[in-house]
Design a binder for this molecule. Sequence first.
Ligand code: FES
Length: 119
Amino acid sequence: MSEFVPVCKVEDVPVGEARQFKVNGTEIALARVQDGECYAIGGRCTHLRAQLGKGELEGTVLTCPWHGSQFEVTTGKLVRWVQEPLVIRIFAALIPPFLRRGVPSYEVKVEDGQVLVKI
Ligand code: FES
């Protein structure tokens, strides 16, 4: 059964950035968007498992630091599949569309400056 688990303090994730955490054995990417809201999605890219929490956040879209796949942090949905470098992009294009997946998304709440994620 899932329950809310404390992950970090709100200020540990600067506005407009993401961070990688491990919560009860599950890796998550915690993103804090411009309005200060926090979102949690699966922490490993569905391409080659890079840590998404080390990616770049633009709006609500988190870009994988390795090959540029993008994920919507409010839902975990895949926004864009592998982009770079070109040779990786060509090989990744051979992966059937049904295997190009998003990542899970997790409920988040903030209490007393503490971020809790339902895992
Ligand atoms: S590991 Fe994320 S796009 Fe390749």
